[in-house]
Design a binder for this molecule. Sequence first.
Ligand code: C2E
Ligand code: MG
Ligand code: MG
Length: 289
Amino acid sequence: RAKHLGRNGCQFHSEAVNAQAFERLALENALRNAVEQDQFLLHYQPIFDVKSGRPVAVEALLRWRHPEVGVVAPNQFLALAEETGMIVSIGRWVFEQACRQVKLWRDSGHADLRLHINLSSRQLRQPDLIEVVAGALEVSQLPPQALVLEVLESCVVDKAFDPSSLFARFAALGVGLAIDEFGSGYSSFAFLRRLPVTILKVAQGFVRNLSNSEDESEIVTAIVALARGLHMTVVAPGIENKAQLDLLTGFGCDKVQGFLLSKPQAAAEMTGFLADKRLPAALSPWSAS
Ligand code: C2E
Ligand code: MG
Ligand code: MG
């Protein structure tokens, strides 16, 4: 009977599902191994202050150095890390590693450099998140004021989870909070006001479409106005060309980030980048000559 079924689409479909399940299992095992074998690394992408043109923060971005595949980007494995809960141990490693690194940079002449770390929704629900963050700050001696947590707008508006008490505890600790991909979802302004958020990061999609759509310009202008009213700063990420940079600074964005200014780099390269007093060419109009 099974043989007979094998000739029809149903069996074929279930084979495809099996193959998928197998792939997932293989990835899951490899990921579990990666935690134990220390295969993760961080890249850092600077965030520049528009007025001074200087890098004022770095965003830590997770990478997985797979022994056969090479360096893997987070969109290839974050969903699975979330589902399996592995993001909790990976996230702990990210906090420890990044805090230690940024403390080193602050001690070597970049005294005001801040660190942005991304949090996923699973991490927000992690009962000991505060302890993990406070612990990493303590061990590294990085002051809480140097740390900014980036939370996706979609996590903040999630009906099943109210982040306000968690955010209040982070704020009490002195840690800054940023909403990432802002404008992509439906966070009400009233809701935003109740949260101790200090930074809005414009959704990258708006930046991408700036030059060929008036709507995006209107939206970014509105985000800047909103941020002004709520005493928040605006970071414009994903800037790839000079036209985008000029438009976004013209709209009043306070900080800028993107491939045009610097790609994410490994710690050693970032050390050289920070030590180099020259600014990215695209930012020269703002440099204090
Ligand atoms: P994100 O926080 O929105 O980070 C920005 C992403 O855009 C990064 O991708 C960055 O490499 C990329 N990017 C930066 N500048 C440009 C640009 O000018 N143009 C374009 N096209 N892309 C640019 P990446 O590193 O692949 O990270 C993807 C996402 O994975 C991040 O999005 C963040 O949500 C998540 N993620 C990264 N690291 C971590 C981590 O340590 N923990 C958690 N929970 N999530 C992380
Ligand atoms: Mg981010
Ligand atoms: Mg983004």
